[in-house]
Design a protein around this ligand. Structure first.
Ligand code: SF4
Ligand code: SF4
Length: 303
């Protein structure tokens, strides 16, 4: 077996290890997929296993997932976080985020599943869109960066694999709007993948708090971004400010670009360092408060 094949096998094994125990009877198909790879699959109301995949799962929510879901439900970020999420950590890193809180029934069902299907289908999270395809990242020998590859999950209960419909991975991603989600989460994913590639990077508690709050609550970021101190620190011109004030999606993209900049110093911000430090301190104090409050609230619900 060549070096490339060995590397592919190691990458798939790594994903397998990460997924084991999370998906009951999980089966990662031992093959390495690219965008052009083909697979058979079809999921539709009426199939024998309909909605069987919508319970007992851990769905980590990306910033764009949260944005879509809270708008779909007509809620504020805070109300959505308190009502539908639980704090968790991204596997292989110390980064704290939220996952969709499953219901307290025997199956641990998703709060959005009904016998008729998913009630928020057009705004379902990225994890639900990708399924049964998963995205991984191949580590390069040199260390810090990686390239995307895909794996296929084939669980016993999922009958969609027995259907005749054939897709390429790229066609499947387009059909599921995955590209849009990937584009919106691009800077956030870059942070996550880099943190995972570097292993358990020792982030300071403050960086973790900042990552948590910007990843989950755009309202809090907005409070900070429109202060004179932040505007001065990041030298935001009136035109940019207007765009961020008027367009929530632009603000989301900006917040993640900013998060990448302050986490790994990647990106092209013009910065006034003194004002930047003061703006960061302010957000950190608020982030710490909110994260602790969310965790306490979750604890009290479990008592
Ligand atoms: S969000 Fe929808 S598709 Fe995803 S697990 Fe819940 S019910 Fe299923
Ligand atoms: S075919 Fe697979 S993805 Fe579709 S409902 Fe059945 S178990 Fe879920």
């Amino acid at each position: 077996m060549g070096a490339k094949k060995n590397k592919e096998k190691a990458a798939v094994n790594e994903i397998k290890k990460a997924v084991e125990g999370k998906i009951s009877k999980s089966v990662i198909v031992p093959e390495f997929l690219t965008g052009a790879s083909r697979f058979r699959f079809k999921c539709y109301p009426g199939i024998g296993c309909f909605t069987k995949c919508c319970s007992g799962i851990k769905i980590i929510l990306s910033p764009y997932d949260i944005y879509r879901l809270k708008n779909r439900l007509g809620m504020s970020y805070m109300d959505f976080l308190n009502g539908y999420t639980a704090p968790t950590t991204i596997e292989g890193s110390s980064l704290q985020v939220v996952s969709l809180a499953m219901k307290d029934d025997s199956a641990r069902s998703c709060p959005f599943v009904t016998p008729e299907g998913c009630t928020i289908y057009t705004d379902r999270p990225l994890t639900c869109r990708y399924y049964p395809i998963g995205m991984g990242m191949m580590k390069k020998d040199t260390g810090n960066t990686g390239e995307d590859f895909f794996i296929r999950v084939k669980e016993d209960h999922c009958l969609g694999h027995n259907e005749e419909k054939v897709w390429t991975v790229q066609e499947w991603r387009q059909d599921q709007e995955s590209d849009l989600y990937d584009e919106m989460n691009n800077d956030w994913m870059a942070i996550v993948l880099k943190a995972k590639t570097l292993g358990k990077v020792e982030f300071s508690q403050r960086s973790l708090e900042l990552f948590y709050i910007v990843s989950t609550n755009l309202d809090l970021f907005r409070d900070m971004a429109f202060t004179p101190r932040f505007i001065e620190a990041y030298q935001l011109d009136p035109e940019t400010l207007k765009k961020l004030e008027e367009d929530e999606l632009e603000l989301l993209k900006f917040s993640l670009k900013w998060l990448r900049f302050v986490t790994f110093n990647e990106g092209d911000f013009k910065v006034d360092q003194a004002a930047r430090q003061k703006a960061k301190e302010k957000l950190l104090a608020r982030a710490d408060e909110e994260r602790k409050r969310h965790i306490e609230e979750m604890d009290s619900m479990e008592d």
